[in-house]
Design a binder for this molecule. Structure first.
Ligand SMILES: Nc1ccn([C@@H]2O[C@H](COP(=O)(O)OP(=O)(O)OP(=O)(O)O)[C@@H](O)[C@H]2O)c(=O)n1
Ligand SMILES: [Mg+2]
Length: 463
């Protein structure tokens, strides 16, 4: 441990004080321990488990990807597609982005790309072994040097580069995310990820406790990938849930933004409501800004009545919140977008609205009198109707927003002197127009102006 400590200080990335405190907080994996673990870890001698037919993966080889590959070939470095893209291809999904892994060090990549006149962007990743190359000014690719995480504090890692593919697979979170794809279609799978994918099991690579302690965000990722891969809502391994529970406090140091990225994707996937409940059971709630006793009964009701619908991720969270203050606390922790925040406020405020004789009227009013963008208000109303499981959803969907005929220009032409009165007058006429079910036209509406002004004047005198 002493040697590692000295080495870290020597590398100059940490001050001696910070290095010591990081060491105290973290798990040190000495190389001897690491190789012992590797021996113990169930892994495969021959990692090539299958060869994909070219029709299964050719579509990802754009001319830019081929250019990238040719450069690595020319300099005799190995390069393979890594992680999520391999997983997605194997389950028949089109990967949305490709991450590459290579035996070349960042320095070697920099020299190679410089000689080949390839632009490199975002130098920040270099410390962790990632170089981003921009090919043909069209596509950017992240290429990461194979690495092991020597030192982790649950958020960041101090890395060491390697040319051993198995060691790089070994530092990844889940078996299904630890595979590589060669350009000839070979799938390299050291830790039985392909089997787990087929069995729809979400399994950490090696010791789950160690994996989670390396990066506590993996607690959230576990649930996200469960929703993506599993075929039953509640088929977790008991030991895995226990490990997540034991480590839950680690989430407190993970940024809200990173948590929200994972949580949002989880809530957009399968079994969102069930998984949210399991997350609460393992104790995630208080670390992600949910109230001490989230309203799980409301979530249950929501899930039951909306089974056939796809809800906005915010709806599931809103169900757990009891009032507007709860929304503020959640927003302060997760820092979601202003749109998402206002949707949460809107849902909590209007999910219990009572129905009158014109059931759509309150929703029409929300849109027509909205202070936010009309387009957003329409989306919010649709979501609240979905949330309520309301039959009105289809009816509201067909509703065409009518055009309000009165503007400042009309008032001016009707002889109202310009000034502060325009806003309140327009708003009053709008109410009359809405109540008339949008039947009254401009000529009829302007007839109300004198009466409205008279009433305002009377109120002014009284005040
Ligand atoms: N906390 C993390 C984050 C990422 N990874 C590894 O880095 C890869 C890429 O991470 P990311 O892009 O976040 O996830 P993907 O698996 O690619 O999923 P997505 O398709 O949603 O991007 C993962 O597959 C996994 O091997 C990891 O081990 N631990
Ligand atoms: Mg990815």
């Amino acid at each position: 441990m002493y040697t590692i400590c000295l080495e870290i200080i020597k590398r100059g990335r940490y001050s001696p004080k910070r290095a010591l405190s990081t060491l105290n907080k973290s798990r040190i994996l000495r190389r001897s321990t690491r190789s012992k673990m590797d021996e113990e870890l169930k892994s495969r001698e021959n990692p090539v488990v299958l060869r994909l037919d070219s029709s299964e993966f050719q579509s990802i080889f754009t001319p830019e990807v081929i250019t990238l590959k040719n450069i690595f070939d020319k300099y005799k470095y190995e390069i393979r597609i890594a992680g999520g893209a391999v997983r997605d291809l194997l389950i028949g999904l089109n990967p949305k982005d490709l991450d590459f892994a290579t035996t070349a060090t960042p320095q070697q990549m920099k020299e190679m790309f410089t000689s080949e006149n390839i632009r490199m962007i975002n130098a920040n990743g270099e410390r962790h072994g990632t170089i981003t190359a921009r090919i043909n000014d069209k596509e950017s690719f992240e290429v990461s040097t194979l690495r092991i995480d020597v030192l982790t504090d649950g958020r960041h890692a101090e890395v060491e580069f390697t040319t051993d593919w198995k060691l790089d697979a070994n530092r990844r979170d889940l078996t299904i995310n630890s595979m590589f794809l060669g350009f000839d279609g070979s799938v390299y799978d050291y830790f039985f990820g392909y089997e787990d994918l087929k069995k729809r099991r979400i399994v950490f690579v090696g010791d789950p406790d160690r994996r989670v302690k390396e990066d506590y965000l993996r607690i959230m990722r576990y649930f996200r990938f469960y929703g993506k891969i599993a075929d039953k809502p509640d088929n977790h391994e008991e030991n895995t849930l226990r490990v997540l529970k034991d480590n839950i406090i680690g989430l407190q140091n993970i940024s809200g933004e990173r948590i929200w990225v994972e949580l949002k994707k989880m809530l957009q996937g399968n079994f969102a409501g069930n998984l949210l409940k399991t997350m609460i059971d393992v104790g995630v709630g208080k670390y992600i800004g949910l109230p001490v006793s989230p309203n799980v009964e409301e979530l249950d009701r929501l899930v039951k009545r909306t089974e056939h619908l796809s809800l906005h991720p915010i709806s599931y969270l809103a169900a757990l919140l009891r009032d507007l203050d709860d929304v503020t606390v959640l927003y302060n922790r997760l820092k979601f977008s202003g749109y998402d925040r206002d949707l949460a406020y809107f849902l909590v405020e209007h999910r219990g609205d009572k129905e009158g004789s014109r059931p759509l009227l309150p929703y029409e009013k929300l849109v027509l009198n909205s202070k936010i963008k009309q387009k957003d208000a329409i989306e919010y109303v649709k979501e609240v109707l979905k949330y309520r499981g309301d039959k009105l959803f289809d009816q509201f969907n067909e509703w065409v927003v009518p055009r309000f005929p009165i503007s400042g220009k009309v008032l001016k032409e009707a002889g109202v002197p310009p000034g502060k009165m325009y806003g309140p007058i327009i708003s009053k006429i709008k109410d009359i127009w809405i109540e008339s079910n949008y039947k009254l036209a401009e000529e009829e509406l302007i007839k109300y102006i004198p009466g409205i002004i008279e009433e305002f004047d009377k109120n002014k005198v009284k005040a």
